[in-house]
Write a protein that binds this ligand. Structure first.
Ligand SMILES: Cc1ncc(COP(=O)(O)O)c(C=O)c1O
Length: 354
């Protein structure tokens, strides 16, 4: 078997991640969390990394021994280092700022190399240079934002009325929106095709002719909510998101407003409060991005309850990691960032049925 075929074999989809039932104070409405923390590297970025490597192998940009380079700070680097090791490829990640053991260690433990540069925005040029000098391939998760396999997997497990995610590169909302409109990758017959409706524990979902809708939960400072609302593809706030893993200072090419049904602005303090609630209910030390998605999902549940509608809402858990215990789950951290999560606590308890 050629190296490329063997690589594609190693890049096949893994086991499906579970759906966790969350309590909700709305009779007839189910709220499910798609738990991406169950991925081998603990986050949704695992799917992005697999899709980027797969596409690069198919395009002939990565083959035996090609050094692989990326510019990124967090979960994406760990997931990419995991796949690079699986394919026995050298991996270099250029991270923003000064060296931090917490960010470097998980990548180095997987055999990757971390380089830190300032100013933060220099990481993209630096990664391009590193790749050029090494005769390697710059994965470029923003420039290439490859759609991944979350949607196919989810729609085989459940038939939700709404799926709620955050947006960073935009790949997840784009793949969900495309599959919700046009059906599975290998089945353009749409979601009413028998394989989806026959899924063993598929909760009752949209009726014939209806399709799942996709909502993006957007944190403060992010360009996606104003850019989507104003139909302005070049909208920029120029301000970084405080919610790790989601929100961007400008509209990214991979974010497809035309494939998204709704963008919900979520206060950062509400996202933090909701992340804490997820931990209380599931025991998972999720990041604030998962809380942000949950807050928006609860807004949709509330809307369905008020209209007397039945249905299913799926909210994505992006990651869980003990390091979050020192961020969104820590009172001192939240106070230092001026995030008054307690202001949202009563509302959350009311909406989640306690
Ligand atoms: C809750 C949540 N939704 C979605 C995303 C995905 O972002 P994207 O696919 O836009 O890069 C993330 C981050 O990976 C996340 O944590």
């Amino acid at each position: 078997m050629s190296w490329d075929l063997r690589a594609l074999d190693l890049l096949q989809a893994g086991d499906p991640t579970p759906l966790i039932e969350l309590p909700v104070a709305a009779p007839g409405v189910r709220l499910l969390a798609k738990d991406e923390s169950a991925q081998p590297t603990g986050s949704l970025r695992h799917r992005h990394a697999r899709a980027l490597f797969r596409q690069a192998v198919l395009d002939g940009l990565i083959t035996r021994g090609t050094p692989v380079v990326e510019a990124t700070g967090g979960n994406a680097a760990v997931a990419q280092a995991w796949f690079a090791r699986r394919l026995a490829l050298p991996y270099v990640v250029v991270m923003p700022g000064a060296r931090s053991e917490e960010r470097a260690r998980p990548v180095e433990e997987l055999g990757g190399e971390c380089r830190f540069v300032t100013p933060p925005l220099a990481i993209y040029d630096e990664a391009r240079e590193v790749a050029a000098e090494a005769g390697g391939h710059f994965l470029d998760q923003f420039g290439r934002a490859a759609e991944h396999d979350l949607a196919d997997e989810l729609f085989a497990q459940a038939r939700p009325d709404w799926v709620v995610v955050g947006a960073h590169t935009g790949a997840t909302s784009a793949t969900l929106g495309r599959r919700a409109r046009h059906g599975a990758a290998d089945d353009l017959g749409g979601l009413d095709a028998p394989d989806a409706s026959d899924a063993p524990d598929a909760p009752g979902g949209p009726g014939v002719g209806e399709r799942p809708r996709v909502a993006v939960a957007d944190p403060e400072n992010s360009a996606y909510f104003p850019g989507w609302t104003l139909d302005a593809p070049d909208y920029a706030t120029g301000m970084p998101s405080r919610i790790e893993g989601i929100g961007r200072p400008r509209m990214e090419a991979g974010f497809r407003p035309d494939l998204v049904d709704l963008v919900v602005p979520v206060p950062d303090a509400a996202g933090v409060a909701a992340a804490r609630r997820i931990r209380e209910v599931t025991g998972l030390a999720v990041g604030a991005s998962s809380g942000t998605a949950l807050w928006a999902a609860l807004e949709l549940v509330e809307r369905m309850r008020a209209k007397g509608e039945d249905g299913t809402v799926v909210s994505v858990i992006g990651d869980a990691h003990p390091r979050h215990l020192a961020t969104c789950h820590d009172d001192g951290w939240a106070a230092g960032k001026g995030l008054d999560w307690r202001a949202h606590r009563d509302e959350l308890l009311r909406r989640t049925g306690s």
